[in-house]
Design a protein around this ligand. Structure first.
Ligand code: IVH
Length: 678
């Protein structure tokens, strides 16, 4: 007799009962977490859950990853793993100005031939954007948006969210073999208040607003911590759904609800731009009555085929617009104006304010940008001012509030010398700069922080305080010094011990091999952000080729205009840059240089891949297309030039045939690639 049988019950009978219990529990989870309509008491639910748990303990072989008991699975992890999104997770074009919304509508109507346009208006949920991937109805992956291209794998944490189905519901409609979607993780206001009350009791720091609370909870390394945080997932966009034919965003929302997701009840469909604007005003008025924070509405074109035709820019889809609410405003007082020196040497006056709560965030300082801005605002120490959080994050001083009869403080004056190193100041238009370059501790500090930041060398654990300590102790006098640090020196800094010093050194060591694009970003070239750095790296392939490039050659890179080309050229040809780069390479930094665009054979052509390839992986094939100047799209549209169909192609193949898009076998595709490239 097998030990199982001795435990009582036959595996076959157990299998049936297990499935029954799981389906029942999923049903009640759905009623409770998604529909807010529980039908059984907590005690009844607990009974079902206990029975499932006990049965699974007796038949451990029958435990499935999709079982409700497996929501919290896995031990705490040392860090998050980065994952590349199936398709870029774009952000939305946005504004809080009605004219901008009308301009969006004009563009849409021009593109749609001026007929009646049909919009869907959804609340713009203020949480953390996430991608969820399902295969054969099972949740297999989830990631944060990250930089839009690469996010962090948070699957284990998302699994703990009650409103994120582990298995898709199948009663109402079939489930595609592969489904990926986008949604927002939020914390309800009441849960947020309760969480902060608990944290206060436990003497722990509280969260400034529900969005930070949601983000902080999702980014816990220990999934059992996330499980204790009451998070809610709202689904709002389908990214891929193999074999599913949907015509409208309203169908998408319905399908998402059928598969078991929570979709916002505040969605309005079938409206024109006037009505959409009305919905925005209405929601703004009712903003404080909702259970969750929203920061505007998203106006989306309902028709999916037109959406595909409109496509997107590098940053956002052309078919949607986020019409944001007016930023929140409050009144405070300027207690002082201090001057900070940034990594480029720019002097920035900052208003130190009496702390004030602006829509849930405590604001105690706001940048005043430059001399001219202070003159324009006419603000002085002691003045009352109106503060707003623009984009709901960065605080800014809007205006001075006149106080008739009150004696005002002295007008602000820029210091005559750098407040950090006392070197001379040079003025360029309204801006003031310290002339001391990297000999100025404040500039060096900014440079080092930027160099170590997430999109640059990503040296974990090198926070602002540590950088200050390294500079104050004299251990670091240049960016390259950072790479030459020794554990025994770091250990002598206050707050460091053997282990923490070793960790920092390990992080530094691990960052010494760096891709060219990150390195370019890390250098802090004026006008070069992460995207431009990637474009430059992709185009030139090596630092030598980039440094040798003339201005007109720089301008040949997509998106680089004369001004940026000049800034890059000046920066890279300066002796200071050359010596910094040499010093870095001499200190062990290794550049991973990509192969430059060898050949633009596929320029202007858009490819879609489907099915499994034999001789290279999907991402290798896509990379190949990009490196030859071609474009990749995740879905077939009339703008697709070629569909490359591997084994077992899905619905994309049918769609390509339907649209008359040329299809290629893997061999045919490879024959388009110049010899010697693969
Ligand atoms: S659609 C490709 N719908 O707003 C477009 N976004 O900057 C995908 N958001 O990152 C976004 N509510 O996190 C969409 N109903 C909604 C949304 C929404 C909130 C967030 C999302 C996105 C940001 C836009």
């Amino acid at each position: 007799m097998s030990p199982r049988k001795r435990a009582g019950g036959k595996p076959e009978a157990a299998r049936d009962r297990l499935e029954e219990l799981r389906t029942q529990i999923e049903h009640h989870d759905h009623l409770y977490y998604v529909l807010d309509r529980p039908q059984i008491s907590d005690a009844e639910y607990d009974r079902l859950y206990r029975e499932l748990k006990q049965l699974e303990e007796r038949f451990p072989d029958l435990v499935t990853p999709g079982s409700p008991t497996q929501r919290i699975a896995g031990a705490p992890r040392p860090g998050f793993i980065e994952v590349e999104h199936t398709a870029p997770m774009l952000s939305l074009d946005s504004s809080d100005a009605e004219e901008a919304v009308r301009r969006f509508d004009t563009r849409i109507r021009a593109a749609c031939g001026d007929g009646q346009v049909d919009y869907v208006v959804e609340p713009k949920l203020d949480g953390l954007s996430v991608e969820l991937v399902y295969e054969d109805g099972q949740l297999v992956g989830s990631a944060t948006r990250g930089d839009g291209r690469v996010g962090e794998d948070i699957t284990a944490n998302v699994r703990t969210i009650g409103s994120a189905p582990l298995r898709l519901r199948t009663e109402k409609r079939p489930v595609p073999s592969r489904l990926s979607l986008r949604g927002e993780t939020v914390m309800l206001l009441a849960d947020f208040e309760r969480l902060n009350a608990r944290l206060t009791q436990e003497n722990k720091p509280v969260f400034a607003n529900p969005r930070n609370a949601a983000a902080g909870s999702l980014r816990q390394l220990d999934p059992s911590m996330t499980a204790q945080r009451p998070l809610v997932l709202f689904a709002y966009e389908l990214m891929t759904a193999d074999g599913v034919e949907l015509a409208k965003q309203t169908d998408v929302l319905e399908a998402l609800a059928d598969w078991g997701f929570k979709v916002s009840a505040e969605t309005r469909a079938g409206v024109d731009i006037e009505e959409a604007i009305e919905v925005h005003h209405d929601l703004e008025r009712r903003r404080d009555e909702l259970d969750f924070e929203i920061d505007g509405v998203v106006i989306k074109l309902n028709d999916l085929a037109t959406r595909e035709r409109l496509g997107s820019t590098a940053h956002h889809p052309r078919w949607a617009f986020a019409y944001k609410f007016e930023p929140r405003r409050e009144v405070s007082e300027i207690v002082d104006i201090v001057v900070q020196v940034g990594r480029t040497g720019k002097l920035t006056p900052v208003a130190m304010l009496l702390p004030v709560d602006v829509g849930g965030v405590t604001v105690s300082r706001a940048s005043l940008h430059n001399r001219e801005e202070i003159e324009r605002l006419d603000v002085r120490k002691g003045d009352k001012v109106r503060i707003q959080r623009a984009g709901d994050v960065i605080p800014q001083v809007l205006e001075r509030i006149p106080e008739p009869g009150k004696k005002r403080g002295l007008a602000f004056e820029m210091p005559a010398s750098c407040p950090s190193c006392h070197a001379d100041i040079v003025s360029v238009g309204p801006l003031d700069f310290c002339t001391n370059g990297l000999a100025c501790p404040a500039q060096l500090k900014g440079r080092i922080q930027h160099f170590a930041s997430r999109d640059a060398l990503d040296i974990r654990g090198l926070g602002e305080r540590t950088v200050e300590q390294l500079l104050d102790s004299g251990l670091v006098n240049s960016v390259a010094d950072l790479l030459r640090l020794r554990a025994e020196d770091v250990m002598r800094l206050e707050g460091f011990a053997e282990l923490s010093a070793a960790n920092l050194l390990e992080a530094i060591e691990g960052s010494k091999e760096v891709s060219l694009d990150r390195f370019l970003y890390a250098l802090g070239i004026p006008e070069v952000g992460t995207q431009t750095a990637r474009d430059l790296a992709g185009h030139f392939g090596s630092l030598d080729a980039l440094t040798a490039a003339r201005r007109d050659e720089l301008e040949a890179v997509d998106g680089i205009g004369p001004k940026v080309a000049e800034a890059i050229h000046d920066f890279l040809s300066s002796p200071a840059t050359k010596s910094t780069v040499n010093d870095l390479i001499g200190s062990g930094l290794t550049l991973i240089e990509s192969t430059p665009a060898r050949d633009q054979t596929l320029a202007g052509l858009t490819f879609v891949f489907t099915g499994s390839l034999q001789s290279l992986t999907r991402s290798e094939a896509q990379e190949l297309v990009r490196s030859l100047g071609g474009r990749i799209s995740s879905s077939v549209s009339s703008k697709t030039d070629y569909l490359v169909a591997g084994g077992d192609p899905g619905s994309k193949y049918d769609r390509a045939v339907e649209l008359g898009v040329k299809t290629l076998s893997e061999e045919e595709f490879l024959s388009m690639v110049p010899k010697g490239v693969v």
